[in-house]
Design a protein around this ligand. Sequence first.
Ligand SMILES: Cc1cc2nc3c(=O)[nH]c(=O)nc-3n(C[C@H](O)[C@H](O)[C@H](O)COP(=O)(O)O)c2cc1C
Length: 170
Amino acid sequence: MELSKVIEERRSIRHFIDKKLERKIIEDILEHAIMAPSAHNKQPWHFVVVQDKYQKLDISLLLNDYSSDPVKTTCDVIRDCSALVLVFADIEDEVMDVQSVGACIENMILRARDLDVASLWIGYIIKIESELQRKFSLEKRLIAAVALGYTDYFPSKRPRKTLNEVCLWY
Ligand SMILES: Cc1cc2nc3c(=O)[nH]c(=O)nc-3n(C[C@H](O)[C@H](O)[C@H](O)COP(=O)(O)O)c2cc1C
């Protein structure tokens, strides 16, 4: 798909169908993620791919304990997606390294769209950072998670501010 079409047609998907994502597709998405630029080329990202349904359920229930209503949908997404990619990172310079990880996540969700794979960028996951560090024996910071899978519901475009509202020219 042309890049501008991929960008335009990407959506946050919160409804997943029960269809397995093949490992080679997940690997393809992650191979694109790690092509992202990073400050000083430090590549601070580290992924944990969770496909096991009991592990996903466990993570969903852990997050549910911290939940107010909007987070409940995210818990359901974690339970129902085919693969949950937890994005950990070695953070030394917070502003620089978090930007790098953001670039890598954007690559991930754009490549997913390119392959007709549905995705959701999940920031709420940081509420259970310490639980997940313990669960996977990692001392790295948890930055986000990305839910991947297939959907039969493609939402319409969410509103955006106009360029005039967000851009000054000198
Ligand atoms: C850093 C970040 C964190 C996000 N965290 C969540 C989340 O935890 N749960 C969720 O449902 N959506 C989450 N989203 C998705 C946004 O809600 C979504 O991108 C926004 O509403 C615009 O919709 P669109 O992605 O379909 O264009 C997150 C997006 C970003 C960039």
